[in-house]
Write a protein that binds this ligand. Structure first.
Ligand code: SAH
Length: 376
């Protein structure tokens, strides 16, 4: 199909994976079909994770072909996928208009975590993140967000097979989720439905570089996901350099918004601060004390996740070594801050935080040999 035709098709066709069950019922009614067909269609897409109408054999053939003309069951296409030695899987996909989307599946002992993208590329210019180099291509639709989860689960367990463990979601792939909040919340509502994936917002963490007005909006949202804030620096001076968004919403404003958000936390829920550790840049004892003082001064009950920097070829940083990370952690803990060190997953296939958008050509031959069959 030519690019032109494909775009035309995208404009006209409804992306069904972004519809709730109630919307699906209304949609089939506009086609003159009874409401129960909408419920069937919703279950086929969201419960059985079928990605084409021809697989929905409980729908009449003529309805399948009408749907083919006006709607899309699956829009994302898997271009390639990689498996890490630690079990992590990384998917490089393309939208219908040819833009890259990346998703990472991380198996853990008791649950699986799927790290999904909210945008193709990213408009923020964080100096330590590879996705920044793409710039923003566009925000993803709710359907494109939901489909990433379908594709990862189908690949891990088989189409339609119930996952043996629960699924956690993190919006920590490419993009700034709070710059696509409407579609993100839409996707989360669809995924929460019990007749579908049934992944509730309590299983979802959204990570932001600090879009203050949207943090305040999220605080007012009922059934909201958990929130993580990427800090990366304890002072405005350094944060301006590493995360230019700080010039728009500096630390005082950001922590002010966190304070408002904190009031909405449920029992046992905590705000998370992520701190990527860059050797010789933000990992000194003095910076650990500054970070502890910053959080304590605002009296925020949070935990800190230290993320050793995941290197990627064009980025001018190295990860802090284990001893430095440990010392940084001890300083924070000595000042009463719960601190965890996040173990990098899937580094060998460029699936770790901040490594998304690594071009295939940057993957070495060892990784190429890990290539597993594509598309489903
Ligand atoms: N835009 C959102 C979500 C995407 S980044 C945000 O900024 O939070 C998800 C996490 O990965 C962030 O905490 C970010 O600081 C971290 N990260 C980015 N690049 C990284 C890298 N190269 N190594 C380790 N962590 C990185």
């Amino acid at each position: 199909m030519s690019q032109m035709l494909r775009l035309l098709r995208m404009d006209k066709a409804v992306q069904l994976s972004g519809l709730s069950q109630a919307e699906m019922v209304s949609f089939v009614e506009t086609l003159g079909e009874p409401g129960y067909r909408g419920r069937q269609l919703f279950a086929a897409l969201q419960h059985r994770r079928l990605r084409s109408f021809s697989l929905m054999t409980d729908l009449p053939k003529d309805l399948q072909s009408r749907l083919n003309q006006v709607a899309q069951a699956g829009t994302l296409k898997v271009e390639s996928q990689y498996a890490s030695t630690d079990g992590t899987r990384r998917y490089l996909m393309k939208t219908i208009d040819g833009l890259p989307v990346e998703t990472v599946f991380i198996p853990e002992e008791h649950r699986d975590t799927i790290c999904f993208s909210s945008q193709s590329g990213c408009p923020l210019q964080c100096s330590f993140c590879l996705t920044a180099q793409l710039g923003l291509l566009r925000s993803l639709t709710a359907a494109e967000i939901v489909e990433q989860i379908h594709i990862a689960l189908n690949d891990a367990y088989g189409t339609g097979v119930k996952p043996p463990r629960g699924t956690n979601l993190v919006a920590m792939g490419a993009g700034e989720p709070l710059l696509n909040l409407d579609q993100l919340l839409k996707a989360l509502r669809v995924m929460a439905e019990p007749q579908g994936l049934h992944i509730v917002p309590n299983r979802v963490t959204v990570s932001t570089a600090g879009v203050v007005p949207r943090i305040l909006d999220l605080a007012k949202t009922s059934d909201r996901p958990h929130l993580a804030i990427s800090l990366a620096a304890p002072t405005d001076e350094l944060r301006n350099e590493l995360m230019p968004i700080n010039k728009r919403w500096p630390l005082e404003e950001l922590l002010g918004a966190c304070k408002v958000f904190e009031k909405t936390l449920k029992t046992g829920e905590r705000l998370t601060f992520e701190y990527v550790m860059l050797e010789g840049v933000n990992d000194s004892d003095e910076q650990a004390r500054q970070l502890a003082n910053l959080l304590n001064r605002h009296n925020i009950t949070a935990k800190v996740n230290l993320i050793p920097h995941n290197p990627a070829e064009p980025l001018p940083y190295r990860p802090s070594n284990d001893a430095t990370v440990e010392r940084f952690k001890n300083i924070l803990e000595s000042k009463g801050i719960h601190t965890y060190v996040r173990r990098p997953r899937g580094r060998d296939i460029f699936a770790a935080c901040g490594q998304l958008a690594a071009r295939q050509t940057t993957l070495n031959s060892r990784i190429e040999s890990n290539l597993v069959g594509a598309n489903n």
